[in-house]
Design a protein around this ligand. Structure first.
Ligand code: NDP
Ligand code: HEM
Length: 504
């Protein structure tokens, strides 16, 4: 036995003499309150859990780096993107969305794809998904949508009725629903899937010229998905299979990587595409906006402690560096509030001091002070206000992003082009999917919708039909519905369709 074996101590460093027997009055008890070691141990244990993330609760993470492979200085002045060959430390977390912290990795769900870049200008978080689009395009709908993905308030069971009711009443969801029920809704693991910003962001260069951009992290491992039955099987066999896969691959030196491709539009090019370029339910077709290769993301180090580094990791689309800004995408605008707010609740006001969240390659020079768990020097004796005459940090005057033109009136506006929600899902079904993809899609949908009340099935099938007649017909036939009723519903406006499909 080594001589430097450590002595067990309390959390405050006092040696513990016995960790097996509670101090009692006599050998049979009762326990003595003066057993302060027992009291401290139980009290800490009672507080071991923090709230799980309200969404994306189940996840896995790893460290690595991002390397620039093309000159993009004409588009962005971000220092970490300033030179070919430049490497930046990252931490990535992948997740499912709707399930709790103990839920199965193989559930049908989008996968979170969140990257924290520890740049020399502060932390930049790209908090995306493995899908290029989303279910809704207005943040007001997000809590309602997520409720349908969680548990029924009465039964505490997952409810296909809630999910399909919401989707059938929200036609803009159809594109993402089509991707979710394809085999891309059940990736084989986290290494064999792509990641997308989904949102449009803004890049701007040294001359303060700006561009609208979308990020595509394409897996170098190749896309691999489970079929519906394979995923169901994996949920039972190994609920943690994707977490295990990522950890084991990195331990074995098989470092997963992704190639970053960007779609980039100048404001002049970003004219009328027939849809709004800020609408997150739409993609930018590759033919119209060809992606360019920009860099490589490599993950090569596992965390040493899951709770400290993965559970306490906090991503936020508001963490932006000079050269990268947001777009008017309304969903993104909603997210700019939600993440910092939820971290304050989940991790506390000083969550930026938790090592995985610290801007480790840039100094933090803010005037924020105090608050629970302020565990650094709290600014020492330096000034805690600005402006000040005592040489405290001051704004640099150059980290101001270019202005964008705005138009219209303040009000509760819908996105323009409301009638084109069926075009892109139709293209996906007809021209991108293979025969096998389509068959799996239909089977996955029929399997999920079986228990849903018939009026909701009919309403949803009309949406599939509007995307593609064959798509709607095959789902309707699979559910044993009357196809002529679906066709009739598809010829109506959404409002008429909803009044025709009332659930008794
Ligand atoms: P393209 O033919 O140029 O692109 C189709 C893209 O679809 C592929 O590059 C691939 O993107 C992705 N894809 C391939 N198989 C599937 C599948 N089974 N399920 C979902 N996506 C798949 O056409 P467009 O750019 O005009 O897009 C057509 C449709 O493809 C869109 O409506 C959208 O649904 C889907 N798509 C488009 C993307 C885009 O950014 N334009 C991105 C992803 C999907 P990848 O290599 O990124 O996987
Ligand atoms: C996590 C809110 C849309 C990707 C979260 C969390 C909240 C949230 C509260 C939990 C964060 C935490 O506790 O750490 C919202 C709101 C949205 C929205 C209000 C819309 C208005 C989206 C979209 C994407 C996305 C469109 C992808 C493009 C993620 C990811 C995580 C996450 C990847 C997990 C981050 C991690 O790994 O810790 N979201 N979200 N969200 N969200 Fe969203």
């Amino acid at each position: 036995m080594s001589n430097d074996k450590k002595t067990l101590t309390s959390a405050f460093g006092c040696p513990v003499g016995n960790d097996l027997n509670t101090a009692t009055a006599g050998p049979r008890g009762p326990a003595l309150m003066q057993d302060v070691h027992l009291l401290e141990k139980l009290a800490h244990f009672d507080r071991e859990r923090i709230p799980e993330r309200v969404v994306h609760a189940k996840g896995a993470g790893a460290y690595g780096y991002f390397e620039v492979t093309a000159d993009v200085t004409q588009y962005t002045r971000a220092a970490f993107l300033s030179e070919v060959g430049k490497k930046t430390d990252v931490f990535a977390r992948f997740s499912t969305v709707g399930g709790e912290k103990g839920s199965a990795d193989a559930e049908r769900d989008p996968r979170g794809f969140a990257i924290k870049f520890y740049t020399e200008e502060g932390n930049y978080d790209m908090t995306g998904n493995n899908t290029p689009v989303f279910f809704i395009r207005d943040p007001l709908k997000f809590p309602d949508f997520i409720h349908t993905q969680k548990r029924d308030p009465a039964t505490n069971l997952k409810s296909p009725t809630m999910a399909w009711d919401f989707w059938s009443l929200t036609p803009e969801s159809l594109h993402q629903v089509t991707i979710l029920f394809s085999d891309r809704g059940t990736p084989a693991n986290y290494r064999h899937m792509n990641g997308y910003s989904s949102h449009t962001y803004k890049w701007y260069n040294e001359k303060n010229e700006y561009y609208w951009v979308q990020y595509h992290f394409k897996t170098d491992q190749g896309i691999r998905n489970f079929s519906g039955p394979e995923a169901a099987d994996m949920c039972g066999k190994d609920p943690d299979h994707a977490t295990r896969d990522l950890y084991d691959a990195i331990e074995a030196g098989e470092y997963p990587s992704w190639t970053l491709e960007m779609q980039i539009l100048s404001p002049e090019q970003a004219t009328d595409f027939g849809w709004d370029i800020f609408d997150i339910t739409k993609v930018w077709p590759h033919k119209e906006v060809p992606p360019i290769t920009v860099g490589k993301l490599v993950l090569n180090k596992n965390p040493e402690n899951y709770f400290a580094e993965v559970e306490q990791a906090a991503f936020n689309p508001s963490n932006l560096v000079p050269g990268i800004g947001v777009s008017p995408d309304k969903m993104l605008q909603g997210r700019l509030f939600s993440y910092h707010d939820t971290h304050l609740h989940r991790l506390g006001p000083n969550y930026h001091l938790i090592p995985v969240n610290q801007p480790k390659n840039a100094p933090e020079n803010s005037y924020q002070r105090d608050g629970a768990m302020r565990v650094d020097g709290n600014g020492g004796g330096g000034p805690n206000y600005w402006p000040n005459s005592f040489d405290g940090p001051s704004p640099d005057g150059v980290s101001v992003e270019p202005e964008i033109p705005l138009e219209g009136t303040g009000g509760r506006h819908e996105y323009g082009h409301p009638n084109n929600d069926f075009v892109q899902p139709g293209n996906l079904y007809r021209t991108v999917m293979t025969d096998q993809d389509r068959t799996h899609l239909i089977n996955n949908i029929v399997g999920s919708m079986g228990s849903v009340p018939a009026p909701i099935q009919l309403r949803q099938c009309a949406l599939f039909y509007l995307a593609d007649k064959e798509y709607g017909t095959r789902v309707a036939e699979g559910l044993g519905l009357d196809v002529s009723t679906v066709e009739k519903l598809a010829s109506m406006s959404q409002d008429e369709r909803v009044s025709e499909t009332v659930v008794e």
